[in-house]
Ligand binder design. Structure first.
Ligand code: GDP
Ligand code: ZN
Length: 315
């Protein structure tokens, strides 16, 4: 029998099959194969929300997953630091969801204040995992007139799809509803930006808690990625990620990061040195472009900070 993983709670893997959720377990052999890694994170990463699985039904109504499924792609992040699990200076990859078309990167105008570095980290993560990022700037009802569409214009000019949204005025909600049709979409964003509020507007099947600081994702529980999949119709799936507080791209080099900052990548070709780090070198085309405001300073700053995090970890 074939189903799709809708959520995972410790050893219970919930598999959607004909509109029902069946609790499944992994065949013991699969767990043994994974055990040599001696890492809790990797154990939980054997199966992830969005995986299509083959399972056999037991007499008691539970199921057994026989095989680790193949994935078209998967969204992952750098796992947070956890005492005793990550070695010093080394952080693991943590899977968030599999077989993803769109990664909706949700940010807000205010409350919490718009932070372009957070957005850039989400964009790099989404793109490096071969998913298509879509930016949602929520709480547009709180936008001050004089700031107008600064960030909307900036990211649109870079070629990203950007949606201005508000669950107060309902601006942008229909556009999101249309985009998700026939796709698998993951929604990510820092808590408080209104991700749950938006999801609740998309379909009556979705009923996520709004504005609640759940103890489940409180201190010390950062290891668990608690994604949840909703099937809206036969080919439309939406995945919420309430347990994912922060997104940092995993396993990227400086060159990779440059590649995903599109406007920097184009200009960097003209730097004098091909090893240019765009910080102190002479004849750096990137620095010149920033001075001439061809590259927005905020993006340059965001780029440098992301690269710094790599240096700290000695990738
Ligand atoms: P999440 O943590 O990203 O899932 O955010 P929630 O959906 O729980 O929303 C956090 C808070 O922001 C709640 O008090 C919501 O009522 C509020 N909120 C969500 N969307 C909007 C919006 O578009 N405009 C305004 N003004 N408030 C919003
Ligand atoms: Zn340079």
């Amino acid at each position: 029998m074939k189903g799709i993983v809708s959520r995972i709670e410790s050893k219970n893997i919930y598999v959607l099959y004909e509109e029902k959720e069946i609790i499944c377990y992994l065949r013991g052999r699969l767990k043994l194969e994974a055990e040599w890694k001696k890492d809790k994170l990797l154990y939980t990463d054997l199966i992830v929300v969005g995986d299509y699985v083959d399972f056999e039904l037991n007499e008691d109504g539970t199921g057994v997953i026989e095989k680790i499924p193949e994935r078209r792609n998967y969204l992952s992040r750098k796992a947070p630091y956890i005492k005793g699990v990550s070695e010093k200076g080394k952080r693991f990859e943590q899977l968030i969801a599999a077989n993803v078309d769109y990664t909706f990167c949700v940010v807000s105008v205010d409350k919490p204040k718009f932070n372009n570095r957070v957005l850039d980290r989400m964009l790099v993560t989404a793109e490096s995992c071969e998913t298509t990022p879509i930016i949602v700037i929520n709480k547009y009802d709180l936008m001050k007139k004089r700031k107008k569409d600064y960030w909307y214009d900036l990211y649109t000019a870079l070629g990203y799809k950007v949606i201005k949204s508000s669950v107060v005025t309902m601006q942008g909600i229909d556009e999101i509803k249309q985009l998700i049709q026939g796709k698998t979409s993951v929604f990510i964003g820092h808590s408080g930006v209104g991700k749950s509020s938006i999801l609740n507007q998309l379909d009556s099947k979705i009923n996520q808690k709004v504005d609640e600081i759940s103890e489940a994702w409180g201190k010390g529980k950062h290891t668990t990625v608690t994604a949840q999949l909703f099937k809206l119709n036969d080919n439309t799936f939406v995945i919420d990620t309430p347990g994912v507080r922060e997104i940092e791209p995993y396993g990227l080099t400086r060159e990779d990061i440059t590649h995903y900052f599109r406007e920097i990548a184009i200009v960097a070709k003209n730097c004098r040195f091909n090893t240019c780090t765009h910080t102190h070198e002479p004849d750096c085309a990137v620095k010149t472009a920033v001075e001439e405001e061809i590259i927005p300073f905020e993006r340059y700053d965001s780029y440098l900070r992301l690269v710094e995090t790599l240096d700290e970890e000695k990738f």
